[in-house]
Design a protein around this ligand. Structure first.
Ligand code: FAD
Length: 424
């Protein structure tokens, strides 16, 4: 997402340039290659993807499934000019030296089939963005009491677990651990594919708020000029934020119906995920939802299995209990969503991280600015987190700081980019 948007900006400004995009993944699409097979975009597809590259859908309301997202990225790569290339399974190691030649950056790359090799470049844009690394595991979970001897399944196992299940398989209780976007997707998928005799439990952890999809992106029949757009909603959120009242602000937007939760009317934790009415209804009608409580472990009690919660309460199941790990998705400590640095790095490379929030627009717009030359940074105010969230708990203020820096940087970029660029 981040990397190909940087490429799209270069293509728009300097289509004749020589551009090499490298990624550890074999195919374009970054972490979408690692996400579970039933994931879909949680927002309409035009809000995601490569800037200026058309999607293959006619209906703009479609929440694109994973394979369509990957197809979109791949079709962009296939449409690149001949002097642009994508090299998968290639690792960027470092900029070894900065010289004063025409191609001053001596870049070290590595591929399994070629070992380490070097290329000379004028610019290196490190666009690793979000840099997804998986989900918090049971052993990393501070609520886990260590009593559970049972293996937890990952989201990539869910389809297989469902397929291998037939009439002879013992009835099951699927326990989805974590109630964020992944947990909701998993609960919806399980509810649609499990057998009637199987139970479904969703243990939310800290109850989440989601953007109310129908309210924020109404269909044509409900469109009105009085409906604020998402950036207007975010602006409204931070204009009333004083640095300390994050929970109160979330509660206000929840009470206005812009944010909503699956069951908990008092939830105040929001992490940018969207939820539609149909998903909410499906989870409510098919799963036992445990809100504001954490899974701590399971105990075998002979004919039943005890599912223990951090509040001290528990659920007992006489069915086979399968734990599906949907705890918080994690990013590498180097994730551009966890800390900010000035884009111009001491080794001569450039990195924009999440200065505008999402890595796609960030890399697209800052790369447009970057093509104006190094002097652009003299005119460009840049705002960022003053501390890193890699070594610090993501707390309730994170979302507001993230939105605030995104809006501040968007306004600052307007000093160096045209309105046409800002809209693109
Ligand atoms: C389950 C899930 C669903 C999501 N759904 C949405 C959604 O609907 N809408 C939305 O806007 N966001 C969504 N997100 C959040 C995020 O915006 C997207 O996942 C987005 O695709 C992230 O793109 P990225 O480029 O920032 O990071 P990544 O997709 O993580 O890409 C970083 C890439 O850099 C590569 N890399 C890292 N180091 C090196 C190196 N040294 N050399 C070469 N390559 C390297 C990695 O292999 C990776 O391919 C979702 C996240 C998750 C976990």
């Amino acid at each position: 997402f981040g990397g190909l948007n940087a490429v799209a900006a270069l293509r728009r400004r300097i289509p004749e340039a020589k551009v090499l995009c490298v990624d550890l993944h074999k195919e374009p699409g970054g972490s979408w290659s690692d996400y579970y097979d039933y994931v879909r975009l949680h927002a309409r597809h035009p809000s995601f993807g490569v800037s200026g590259h058309k999607w293959h859908f006619n209906d703009p309301t479609i929440l694109a499934p994973r394979d369509d997202v990957l197809y979109h990225f791949k079709s962009f790569v296939n449409s690149m000019p001949p002097s642009y290339s994508f090299s998968g399974e290639t690792e960027f190691l470092r900029v070894a030296e900065k010289t004063s030649s025409e191609y001053p950056l001596h870049v070290i790359l590595r591929r399994d089939d070629a070992g380490e090799y070097d290329v000379q470049a004028r610019h290196v844009i490190n666009a690793t963005g979000f840099f997804y690394s998986g989900h918090m595991t049971a052993s990393e979970d501070p609520h886990n009491d260590g009593s559970s001897k049972q293996l937890e399944w990952g989201t990539s196992d869910v389809s297989r677990l469902l397929q291998e299940c037939d009439d002879s398989t013992r009835p099951r209780t699927y326990v989805v651990v974590g109630g964020g976007k992944t947990g909701i997707d998993t609960a919806c998928y399980l509810s649609q594919h499990k057998r009637v005799e199987d139970d479904l439990v969703l243990i939310e952890g800290r109850s989440k708020l989601f953007l109310n999809r129908e309210r924020v992106f109404p269909d044509k029949a409900n469109l009105s000029i009085w409906n604020p757009t998402l950036p207007e909603i975010y602006l409204d959120m931070i204009l009333g934020w004083d640095g300390t009242n994050s929970k109160e602000r979330m509660a206000e937007f929840r009470d206005r119906g812009i944010l909503h939760s699956v069951v908990n009317p008092d939830a105040t934790s929001y992490m940018f995920a969207h939820l539609g009415a149909s998903e909410k209804d499906l989870v409510r009608s098919s799963a036992q939802v445990i809100s504001d409580d954490y899974f701590v472990g399971i105990e075998d009690h002979g004919s039943t299995t005890r599912i223990k919660l951090s509040s001290g309460s528990h659920l007992d199941s006489a069915k086979e209990v399968l734990l599906i790990n949907c705890r918080t998705s994690t990013a590498e400590p180097r994730s551009g969503y966890l800390f900010d640095v000035h884009p111009v790095r001491p080794d001569g490379s450039t990195t924009f991280g999440g200065l505008l929030g999402s890595s796609g627009p960030t890399n697209y717009k800052y790369t447009l600015a970057h093509t104006q030359g190094a002097q652009v940074y003299d005119r460009l105010a840049i705002y960022g987190f003053k501390h890193t969230f890699a070594d610090r708990q993501i707390d309730e203020h994170y979302v507001f700081q993230f939105i605030l820096k995104g809006i501040a940087n968007s306004l600052a970029l307007m000093d160096v980019l045209s309105l046409e660029d800002m809209k693109s």
